[in-house]
Design a protein around this ligand. Structure first.
Ligand code: MTE
Ligand code: MO
Length: 252
C-alpha cells in the first residue's frame, strides 16, 4: 500500500472513530488525547492535526518495515549537503574524537557524550529505508545506540513531551514526540552498511527515525534538548519544515 492510500485510510479511520460528524469531532478527539502537533494552526493546521492524531491513535505501536541484507541498496544516496564549515572540518580531521552530543532540558542529569562513549553502549542495528519527501529512497543497515538508551542515562522527567535535536549545521534542527523518541527503532546512528557512517550520510552521528520521512533524519547531530513545549524553539512550529509548507509530523 503506498503512503498516500495509507494516509487516507488512517485519516478516514480517525474520522470514523470520531463519528460521522467528521473533521470537527476528529479534531476534538486529537485535542482530548493531547495529539495536537506544534504546526496545528494556519492553512495546513487541521490536516496536520488529523494526520498526526490518526497515526498516533491507530498506529501507535507500529514498527517501520525492516528488510533483509539482500535488499540493501547497492548505492546508498548521499543527499546534497552544504559545504562543511571550518569547525566541522576540524572535528573531521581529528576523527571526530572531540565531537560531543549534549543532552539538556527536562532531564535529571544533563550530560554530554563522546562518540566513543556512545559506541560503548549496547548497540543495535536495523535495515530500514530512508525516504526523501522528493520521492527517492534507499535501504541501508544502520548501527547505533537507541535514543531511548541515551535518554535513560540522563533521566527524562515525566512532564517531557518532545526531544529537539540539532545539527552542527545551524540550518538543521527538528523535534519528535516522546513516542518516537522512545521508539525502539529511533537511533543515534554512527555506522552504516558495516562501516563508519560517511560524512555524506551524516557522520559522526545522525538521528535515524525510520517511521518518518528523510528530512526528520538530521545529520551531524550534536545537541538534544528535552522539553515539554516547542514554543520557544524557532518559530514554535517544532522545526523549520512547517515554516516552508512541510509537515512537522512526517510519518510513513
Ligand atoms: N544536517 C542535515 N541533515 C539532513 C539534511 C541536510 O541537508 N543537512 N537533509 C535531510 C534530507 S531532506 C534527507 S532526504 C536526508 C537524506 O539522507 P541521506 O543523505 O543519507 O540520503 O537527510 C536529511 N538530514
Ligand atoms: Mo529529503
Amino acid at each position: 500500500m503506498n503512503n498516500l492510500t495509507r494516509r487516507k485510510l488512517v485519516t478516514a479511520g480517525l474520522a470514523a472513530a470520531g463519528g460521522v460528524a467528521g473533521l470537527g469531532v476528529a479534531a476534538r478527539l486529537a485535542q482530548k488525547y493531547g495529539l495536537v502537533p506544534p504546526d496545528h494552526s494556519g492553512i495546513y493546521g487541521l490536516g496536520e492535526t488529523l494526520n498526526y492524531a490518526a497515526y498516533r491513535l491507530l498506529t501507535r505501536h507500529s514498527m517501520a518495515r525492516e528488510f533483509s541484507r539482500s535488499q540493501i541498496s547497492k548505492r546508498p544516496l548521499e543527499n546534497e549537503i552544504p559545504p562543511p564549515s571550518d569547525e566541522f572540518k576540524r572535528f573531521q580531521s581529528a576523527g571526530f574524537a572531540d565531537w560531543r552530543l549534549s543532552v539538556t532540558g527536562l532531564v535529571a542529569q544533563p550530560a554530554s557524550f563522546s562518540v566513543a562513549e556512545l559506541k560503548s553502549y549496547p548497540s543495535r542495528s536495523q535495515i530500514t529505508q530512508l525516504a526523501c519527501e522528493e520521492g527517492w529512497s534507499y535501504i541501508a543497515e544502520w548501527i547505533g545506540v537507541p535514543l531511548s538508551h541515551v535518554l535513560g542515562l540522563v533521566g527524562v522527567l515525566p512532564r517531557a513531551k518532545y526531544v529537539v535535536y540539532y545539527s552542527i549545521d545551524p540550518d538543521w534542527w527538528d523535534s519528535i514526540d516522546m513516542a518516537d523518541a522512545l521508539h525502539p527503532q529511533t537511533f543515534l546512528a554512527y555506522g552504516m552498511n558495516g562501516g563508519e557512517l560517511s560524512v555524506g550520510n551524516g557522520a559522526p552521528l545522525r538521528l535515524r527515525v525510520p517511521r518518518q520521512l528523510g528530512y526528520k533524519n538530521v545529520k551531524f547531530v550534536n545537541r538534544l534538548i528535552v522539553t515539554d513545549s516547542l514554543k520557544g524553539f524557532g518559530k514554535g512550529l517544532g522545526s523549520e519544515a512547517p515554516e516552508t509548507g512541510y509537515a512537522w509530523y512526517a510519518g510513513i
